[in-house]
Design a protein around this ligand. Structure first.
Ligand code: NAD
Length: 481
């Protein structure tokens, strides 16, 4: 069984740490690798390499840096099936979803390859008589990236391609639960021609994170993960005077109105709630449905949920794979018990699905009706295939319910009425909205713009925000005499 290596200064190196963690295939419970829990010293080493590489890399012409990303893009396309399989094996999502994730990651590389235009400055020929001003953009130095288990390729790709093409160097700390894809991303980066020290990986857990947060030579931190860790990372990073973007947890609400195409709404909600085993930061966790159509909507949804295939995501036609770990399955089962105790009505019990008795960490689609905002199952991010339904009298009440959540990542509405869409858009406290779709995750060229406790910072990942985040500006004012 292999123990993964770190990648520092263009070399694969064994960690000096004596601590490792098992990496599981969540569909089978088998151990597939060991990941080193690296030390602070290894962080220091990688930051030193990245700092040295920065001195050269920052001066490489922008089109030349972009050309390396073009090559990288082609390599990712060529290896997309292999990458998707790796994602399914270590994360559990089905192969189709994994292929979608690979595609999303590639789109980030494609967006970043536009660096020569994205990095342009600005100027004004005459700010006063014979006086001109211009803005130039520069990279900032070493960036630290810390990523979650649920998108082992896409989330790292939100960070390192753009950071690197803009002239920065990068140290990635992937999730210790899904570290295999990250190593493959680095191998392909090496093949594409990323120079040594430009892209480094240090595997591990909180010691590596703290090492990055405290290191004086790390200029920026990009974090994606759960809310409490995001808060911690944001506070500790900014206390050390770094700029931090910390994308956090979610409890996304979908609103189903009585004039919606209920069949489409049920299909979309099914996918958004149970796809990727509910382990998406844009998953539908709560549906607020207008009382007059609630029974019909719920009956369609339950029927569709009864028909999903649960199993190993590598197998054909499997829709619902496992959750990430046994502990996470146990936590989810705990929430189902809590929901029952709180008085919600369990209309579909995913504990009874056959797969839930098997060796992998499976939980079938679980649906609670008559959920209220004082329940823990409404409040907490469960991050599993558990959906809460809140019955409301109208759109105003639906928005009021959703806006009570501390989270505000995404929200969706299902309706055919333009006025309702406008009211939803203007009044919903969430950064990513969807109309008649289930998962309104923005593409690479738009910001991934969570609000409230779903995000700490000011500049989001992706879109123009990412160019702002990974660069700094010089303004030069000149008079030619
Ligand atoms: P997590 O917070 O457990 O881990 C994220 C990263 O932080 C990992 O690399 C982990 O090693 C590190 N970490 C964990 N505990 C730490 C600690 N005490 N100190 C320092 N570092 C620590 O998150 P996860 O379970 O891997 O991912 C799922 C979470 O990520 C969900 O809450 C989900 O909503 C969120 N997420 C958010 C977005 C978004 O865009 N807002 C996207 C994907 C996932």
């Amino acid at each position: 069984m292999k123990t993964l290596k770190n990648y520092i200064n263009g070399k694969w190196v064994e960690s000096g740490s004596d601590k490792t963690e098992e990496v599981f295939n969540p569909a089978t419970g088998e151990v597939i690798a060991f990941v080193p829990i690296s030390t602070k010293e290894e962080v220091d080493e990688s930051v030193k390499a990245a700092k040295t590489a920065f001195e050269t890399w920052k001066n490489v012409a922008v089109p030349k840096r972009a050309r390396i990303l073009f090559k990288y893009q082609q390599l990712l396309v060529d290896h997309s099936d292999e990458l998707a399989k790796l994602i399914t094996v270590e994360n559990g999502k089905n192969l189709k979803e994994a292929k979608g994730e690979v595609q999303r990651g590639i789109e980030n590389v494609e967006f970043a390859a536009g660096a020569p235009t994205l990095m342009m400055g600005d100027n004004l020929a005459t700010i006063a008589t014979e006086l001109e001003s211009a803005v130039y953009r520069y990279p900032v130095g070493v960036i630290g990236g810390i990523t979650p288990f649920n998108f082992p390729m896409m989330v790292p790709c939100w960070m390192f391609p753009m950071a690197i093409v803009l002239g920065n160097t990068f140290v990635l700390k992937p999730s210790e639960r899904t570290p295999l894809t990250a190593n493959r991303l680095v191998e392909l980066a090496e093949e594409a021609g990323f120079p040594k020290g430009v892209f480094n990986i240090v595997h591990g857990a909180h010691d590596v994170v703290n090492g990055l947060l405290d290191h004086p030579d790390v200029a920026r931190i990009s974090f994606v993960g759960s809310r409490p860790v995001a808060e911690y990372v944001y506070k500790r990073g900014t206390e050390n005077l770094k700029r931090v973007q910390a994308l956090a947890g979610a409890k996304n609400h979908s609103i189903v109105l009585k004039d919606a195409n209920l069949d489409n709404a049920a299909t979309q909600v099914l996918n958004a709630a149970f796809g990727s085993a509910g382990e998406r930061c844009m998953a539908a966790a709560v549906v607020t449905v207008e009382e007059t159509v609630a029974d019909q909507f719920i009956s369609e949804l339950v029927q569709k949920a009864d028909n999903v295939t649960i199993g190993n995501g590598l197998d054909d036609d499997v829709f619902l794979g496992p959750v990430i770990r046994k502990q996470h399955k146990d936590r989810t089962l705990g929430y189902i018990e809590t929901g029952e105790k709180e008085g919600a009505r369990l209309v579909r019990d995913g504990r009874r699905d056959k797969a839930a008795q098997e060796k992998g960490y499976f939980v079938g689609p679980t649906i609670f009706d008559h959920v209220t905002t004082d329940m823990k199952i409404w409040e907490d991010e469960i991050f599993a295939p558990v959906l809460c339904i809140v019955r409301v009298k109208d759109l105003d009440e639906a928005i009021k319910v959703a806006n009570q959540s501390r989270f505000a990542n995404g929200a969706c509405i299902f309706t055919r009425d333009g006025g309702s869409v406008r009211k939803f858009r203007e009044n919903m406290d969430a950064g990513m909205l969807g109309v008649n779709i289930g998962v309104p995750a923005p593409m690479a060229f738009f910001p991934f713009s969570g609000w409230k406790d779903s995000f700490y910072g000011d500049l989001h990942a992706n879109g123009k925000d990412s160019i702002e985040f990974y660069t700094r500006k010089k303004v030069i004012t000149s008079r030619w005499v």
